[in-house]
Design a protein around this ligand. Sequence first.
Ligand code: ADE
Ligand code: ZN
Length: 326
Amino acid sequence: QALRDLLQRMPKAELHIHIEGSLEPELIFALAERNQVKLDYPSVEALRRAYAFTDLQSFLDIYYAGASVLLKEQDFYDMTWAYLQKARQDNVRHAEIFFDPQTHTDRGVPFEIAINGIHRALQDARAQWGMSGGLIMCFLRHLSEEDAFKTLEQAMPHLDKIIGVGLDSSERGHPPEKFARVFARCGELGLHRVAHAGEEGPPEYIRNALDILKVERIDHGVRCLEDPALTERLAREGMPLTVCPLSNIKLRVFDRNADHNLRALLDAGLAATVNSDDPAYFGGYMNDNFIAMFEALPLERRHAWQLARNSFVAAFLDEDKKKAFV
Ligand code: ADE
Ligand code: ZN
């Protein structure tokens, strides 16, 4: 109980949250009604029952369908505000939020509608609660690099609202090197770079994300332990891994909470952090992820402090702001 209290109360940063993955079924239905969008599911319960995933792709199909109710700037604001309230309850003091512009622009929703709604919610959280945050634009890796370049073009007037770029969606068959040129361009523009790698894909994708995309953090990265030389390198470089425990269980990367390798990652000296990924789909927000791991694995108070500290060290925050937390 004392450990649970610590997990709840300790200040933390969330670095791996897809804002479209925070859309709860109730809000999906409310927005569908508000926007006159027809859903394939008759009720909130029926939709929730469909959240029985077998792998990453089976989840992504439902996640993209859920996002179809987002049409107006206020919809993006309401989604983001709901997430930020949950994060605040979990003592998240800093949140770096992913969004997938192509999921919206490919449906005819303008880029600025999505980004302005999300950004306004982040501004309100800062003004009202002092919660800091940033927005990371992800390219969908199942689409082409040319499409990613078009998205970057649309982002150009909004670069003041974006701290970095990421790479998400279907991993296998879409290796990091597919996006070498667009990531290089983003680097020239001064954007931070991260990529999902080693979630379902092999350790080689982690290595290529580092060497070719020049990323500053690896999203997931849990499969690195299959490659001892890579693990040693990640530890030596202090490369942060944004691990998402409940996501890994729901997408069958590991069978049960007790099988998760979070403790092994920490024991290998890796800069692991805990995050929620798509909390509305995977059964929990930040603290649910912490509690699930601390209940299932031999993790102690020192690990809790380490994980919280890692999250601020890995954040894209000014050094003085970081000092306030670590
Ligand atoms: N998009 C949303 N969640 C994702 C995940 N866990 N992996 C890849 N793409 C995603
Ligand atoms: Zn993710």
